[in-house]
Design a protein around this ligand. Structure first.
Ligand code: MSP
Length: 561
């Protein structure tokens, strides 16, 4: 039986256009999905939209349209961005899909029939923004302890899920499954949260207050709490957005990737819901950090929301994918600064990777009529062996990093080989060898080693920078032999004969001047303006540097704890 890998992103609220935070998780999930597909796993990669709840209802009201029309209008903005970012999702779920709604109702009915849902009066402090109640002791000066917005006192008759019943079982599960909540710091955080008695969870909203939601199957006057609807997507999608057998094959999920602000809802609400429904828990929930922008919290009111479209327009999709995963360890907070983006682009993509590809292809053109020669084993040296050894262990090293969600280390390893290959060129100096006809066999060996290294790099880069990897393969003439198994499986050194000429092509990453202009797009709410940049330029350099070294020093931004 083939190995399975099921990865999910959070489903995003459709209260506004997508931003860098949405792009971040989706790109990370895409890298994992592509990696495990290359590894021969049967992969299911799910993303989608969270379309119910107060936030969406309010956004629609603000736009003067009904919520469904609002969702239908915003949905393409997410789907188009995923196309632009080369996201390879297997399914895109919307919580307004009728099939999802009936699966949520089925789950609610199951819990109700088992006596795990009951009705009670409740008075509490409600934060509309976070869509949750707080107790008297949580509220500070009338403000939500999380988002600092005013809360209102609400008394209502609600339905409650007996979440408290599962507290010990959940603690036990976390202790016995160290991979369940990652990274470790987040696991400790959840265990800390579980030290206090776990309360039951209010899972309904009266329609009189919120009409935009899934009706409770046992009470037509209420809709279900948006999280009780949203979390079920991870299971419901398998039932109707994939072939029937996938439902049982893919559950439990291999990993739910989430932002740190929605860890509690996943680790506690979702886990206890699954226990109540007698389903296995996901293997892992990984909570990543948050991006600030030029050292500041990203927010609409600050006008510093990063629009992924604008960055991609300027630097290309692969540079954006690269930067997000290379700049910051996945579990930590990080800063998106134009200086940092530009310097990585210039140094690592244009100078290191881009140069290696163009130098190698140019030398194949100049010294070998665009044909890849065979190596002459008589002329091989220690330098060649080291290069070969590093290239052939690359994919296994990347796998080890990705198993720990260390995207930055995987990319660092790839770039290590790129640097080694550039040094190999400098040390072997093929242009000197080319001047001496007696050195022709050595020149062949060097060119062969360089080309093989590019072939291994193209393979390793495929999950991270799919377009760049494809271009490299095309230039090496590999895509002409798509039926060759070595092009889809892990390559073996020396197995490929390179029967086709290589082509030089244009620069993979054209050099850029330090960006200084507005990155906003017409009609977009997102921009990092010239003014902001001028004002903060010096601070940025410091902040970007400090954050890279001490990313854990950033402040927390919890939404659900
Ligand atoms: N709809 C819920 C998720 C339900 S999942 C069953 C939701 N949606 S959201 O659109 O508000 O947020 C989606 C994700 O974006 C969260 O994982 C959140 O952490 C992430 N981000 C929002 N701003 C972010 C940054 N500034 N940086 C990184 N990620 C951030 O919550």
């Amino acid at each position: 039986m083939s190995k399975k890998f099921y990865v999910t992103t959070p489903i995003y609220y459709v209260n506004d256009v997508p931003h860098i935070g949405h792009a971040y998780t989706t790109i990370a999930a895409d890298v994992l999905a592509r990696f495990y597909r290359l590894r021969g796993y049967d992969v299911f990669f799910l993303t989608g939209l969270d379309e119910h709840g107060q936030k969406v209802q309010q956004a629609a009201a603000k736009a003067g349209i009904d919520p469904q029309t609002h969702c239908d209008r915003l949905m393409p903005k997410f789907k188009d961005l995923w196309t632009k970012l080369n996201i390879s999702q297997d399914a895109f779920i919307r919580t307004t899909d009728p099939q999802h709604q009936s699966i949520v109702q089925r789950g609610l009915q199951t819990l109700y029939d088992k006596g795990l849902i009951y009705q009670a009066d409740y008075t509490g402090w409600y934060c509309t923004f976070d869509e949750r109640f707080w107790t008297e002791k949580d509220v500070e000066q009338g403000l939500c302890p999380d988002c600092r917005r005013p809360v209102e006192q609400v008394s209502e008759r609600n339905y409650f899920f007996r979440m408290s019943q599962f507290q010990n079982r959940l603690k036990e599960h976390i202790h016995t499954h160290p991979e369940f909540i990652q990274p470790d710091s987040r696991r400790n955080e959840v265990l800390g949260f579980l030290q206090k008695p776990l309360e039951d969870l209010s899972i309904s909203r009266p329609k009189s207050r919120l009409s935009w939601g899934i009706e409770l199957p046992f009470d037509q006057t209420c809709v279900t709490y948006v999280w009780f609807d949203a979390l079920v997507n991870y299971f419901s999608a398998l039932e109707y957005l994939s072939s029937e057998s996938h439902a049982t094959q893919f559950w439990p999920a291999s990993v739910h990737l989430v932002g740190k602000d929605i860890l509690t809802t996943h680790a506690v609400y979702w886990s206890t819901m699954l226990m109540g429904m007698e389903r296995p828990l996901p293997q892992s929930i990984f909570a990543h950090g948050w991006w600030t922008v030029e050292g500041e919290k990203m927010s609409k009111s600050r006008g510093n929301v990063i629009d992924p479209y604008a960055i991609v327009e300027e630097f290309g999709t692969d540079a954006f994918r690269y930067f997000l995963l290379r700049e910051v360890p996945f579990g930590q907070d990080g800063d998106f600064s134009r200086t940092a983006f530009h310097s990585r682009y210039q140094a690592e993509l244009a100078n290191d990777l881009g140069n290696l590809v163009s130098r190698t292809l140019a030398m194949l053109g100049n010294f070998s009529k665009n044909m890849v020669p065979s190596a002459d084993s008589e002329t091989e040296t220690e330098l060649d062996h080291t290069l070969q050894q590093t290239a052939t262990t690359l994919f296994t090293t990347i796998e080890a990093h990705l198993q720990r969600y260390e995207f930055h280390r995987a990319l660092e390893t790839i770039m290590g080989l790129v640097q080694m290959a550039n040094q190999y060129i400098d040390k072997t100096a093929p242009w000197v060898l080319a001047k001496d006809p007696t050195k022709a066999p050595r020149l062949q060996t060097v060119l062969f080693h360089l080309t093989e290294t590019l072939r291994f790099l193209a393979h390793a880069l495929t999950p991270f920078m799919p377009h760049t990897a494809e271009t490299m393969k095309t230039r090496l003439g590999l895509t002409k032999d798509i039926s060759n198994p070595s092009l889809s499986n892990d390559p073996t050194w020396g197995e490929y004969a390179y029967p086709h000429p290589v082509t030089k092509g244009t620069a993979l990453f054209p050099k850029k001047d330090m960006p200084s202009a507005d990155t906003s797009q017409p009609g977009s709410s997102s921009n990092v303006s010239l003014n902001t940049e001028k004002k903060t330029n010096n601070i940025q350099r410091h902040t970007a540097y400090r954050d890279r070294r001490f990313p854990e020093s950033r402040t927390e931004n919890r939404k659900d704890s």
